[in-house]
Design a protein around this ligand. Structure first.
Ligand code: ZN
Length: 249
């Protein structure tokens, strides 16, 4: 999962010269969407699918505003807080009764707090799994992320209408096809960047273009990507984001 850096609240100048405010807090959480799109691009923060209209992406509450303990919505105070937002598609947002799951920030990997490219591995056939190199807390926290939005669901266990695995499978096949074309000099970097910008699937392309520094470097330029947690001296392989903690991921 593409790791991202959330912008610090303030005023930013967009490429067309207009400005956009990122606020600590919003009167209505829906109002945060333009700033989130500016910050993170038009991608679901979880499944990485690209969208072309902001209406197709939801303002995602990382700690669910509806989650209750003993009849109390314990994260109600975070409903309008920038720090609690990501972007998600309808499928990831509605996955697996997500509102009923407690998200403890130190117990679940999240794309704005961890190097989530290291949390998961992507494979042919649309498979997503916890990265087998992780152990202990790191493994458990990555598994929580996978389960949070049901990203690891297979064709057999997906709800009707959840075709995320199919999309990933197609992305994998396309990435392999275009890697061969790129290596043969038949297409340039711009074709790959256009493809990923318009389709999404960032982690799959980043995986398939392992060892291809030019492409990986370009993918790290996608809006909000946490570039500093990839090792430029080692083919942009992922680095820990929280060194020194029990779970450094
Ligand atoms: Zn999604």
């Amino acid at each position: 999962m593409r790791p991202v850096v959330k912008l610090t609240p303030g005023t930013y100048t967009m490429s067309d010269g207009s400005s956009i405010d990122v606020r600590n807090s919003y009167n209505d959480y829906h109002d945060a969407k333009p700033a989130l799109v500016y910050n993170l691009g038009m991608f679901c923060s979880y499944c990485e699918e690209a969208y072309h209209q902001p209406r197709d992406l939801h303002v995602e509450h990382v700690q669910p505003k509806g989650y209750e303990e003993n009849g109390v919505k314990i994260y109600a105070h975070l409903e309008k807080e920038w720090s609690n937002f990501l972007l998600s598609c309808a499928t990831c947002n509605g996955a697996d009764n997500k509102d009923t799951k407690n998200v403890v920030l130190t117990e679940c990997h999240l794309p704005h707090l961890n190097n989530t490219y290291k949390s998961l591995v992507y494979k042919a056939g649309g498979v997503v799994e916890v990265n087998p190199v992780l152990t202990g807390d790191a493994y458990n926290h990555a598994k929580k992320l996978l389960d949070l939005v049901g990203l690891g669901k297979s064709p057999a266990t997906s709800r009707p209408g959840d075709t995320r695995y199919k999309k990933r499978s197609k992305d994998w096949d396309l990435a392999c096809k275009y890697r061969a074309k790129f290596d043969a000099g038949k297409i340039g970097l711009d074709v790959i960047v256009d493809f990923v910008s318009n389709r999404g699937g960032w982690s799959i392309w980043f995986t398939v273009f392992s060892g291809c520094d030019d492409v990986r470097n370009a993918l790290l330029d996608f809006p909000g990507t946490a570039r500093q947690y990839f090792d430029a001296s080692n083919h942009y392989e992922p680095l820990d984001r929280n060194p020194g903690l029990a779970d450094p991921t």
